[in-house]
Design a protein around this ligand. Structure first.
Ligand SMILES: O=C(O)[C@H](O)[C@@H](O)[C@H](O)[C@H](O)COP(=O)(O)O
Length: 297
């Protein structure tokens, strides 16, 4: 069995450590939160591993990932390998690979899908980097992915950046699928024709064309709260949808569904949209149509 250093023991990394250990690997985990960490510092993590080392970085994308990679470039030795599994923008991978490569340290970028259910169900993995590095990390990939044929949950998608590129597009698709289910849910609710809305979605889980894991998760959410009344209609985004659209524009690829899904999220954050106030004002101006005015006391 192989040994791995795992940096970042949050929602993803914590469960990944469990799954890797269950598969028999020796995992040394580091997190700023001492309660979950196996070692006190990055330097201690590096010292606890026998060379040549493999270190998996699973910290939030952006500044935290960049900082960790920069520190690792100092701490690790020639022949070691860094795997970056966060939801990073693929353009950052070339910089990370270059920084580490100068010290003779290998680099793989990995898109990891599966969320909080990954420990139980396994993670879908999309990898970018050299074939030799991918082969070296394969015991860890095999432990993390679901059982079954490798090619159904794992891909060596291309060179550095290809893993995160594949994950970016995956998440763009995720936005579109979620939005489609959500709009269907609202229409079922709004029409009043269907008496049992959660029941309809539940019945779509087997046999239908639109059955999917996302649908199952929606059914589960509705089981606890049939009208989702406990939630605010407010949706954040972490970047992947925006990057997907930027790529779509750069490549002149029409992506109307993903754009609509991203913009729906932006709209969800506006309590009183300036644009829609402008539309109301214009209808009033040219047509004398009624508008709603704010109640002030
Ligand atoms: O495949 C996955 O496991 C998910 O996509 C995961 O990566 C995460 O839940 C998204 O990053 C959320 O993305 P947004 O915050 O942009 O919705």
């Amino acid at each position: 069995m192989a040994q791995l250093g795992l940096i970042g023991l949050g929602k993803m990394g914590f469960n990944m450590r469990e799954r890797l250990r269950e598969a028999g690997h020796r995992v040394v985990g580091y997190d700023r939160n001492a309660e979950v960490s196996d070692v006190a510092s990055l330097a201690d993590l590096v010292a606890a591993l026998e060379a040549p080392r493999v270190v998996w970085v699973m910290v939030p994308a952006g500044a935290a990932t960049r900082q960790t990679i920069t520190e690792l470039a100092e701490l690790l030795d020639e022949g070691d390998l860094v795997i970056e599994g966060g939801n990073s923008r693929y353009t950052e991978d070339a910089e990370h690979a270059e920084l580490l490569g100068r010290r003779g340290i290998g680099y793989l970028d990995v898109g990891v899908s599966g969320g909080v259910w990954g420990k139980e169900n396994g993670y879908g993995l999309m990898v970018g980097g050299s074939t030799a590095d991918v082969e070296r990390a394969m015991p860890f990939f095999d432990a993390l992915r679901p059982e079954g044929p490798r090619e159904e949950s794992f891909v060596h998608a291309g060179g550095v950046g290809a893993g995160h590129y594949a994950k970016m597009v995956h998440n763009g698709i995720e936005y579109g699928l979620m939005q489609a289910y959500a709009e269907g849910f609202e229409l079922l609710e709004a029409s009043g024709v269907v008496q049992d809305v959660p029941g309809v979605l539940k019945a779509w889980q087997r046999g239908t064309v639109v059955r999917s894991w996302l649908l199952e998760l929606l059914v589960e959410a509705l089981e606890n709260d049939p009208e989702l009344a406990e939630l605010e209609a407010y949706v954040e985004d972490s970047g992947e949808g925006r990057w997907t659209l930027e790529e779509a524009i750069d490549n002149a690829v029409p992506a109307p569904v993903i754009s609509a899904a991203l913009f729906a999220r932006f709209a969800s954050r506006q309590e009183n949209s300036p644009a829609m106030r402008a539309v109301a004002a214009l209808r009033k101006q040219f047509g004398g149509h009624t508008v709603k005015t704010k109640v002030t006391d």
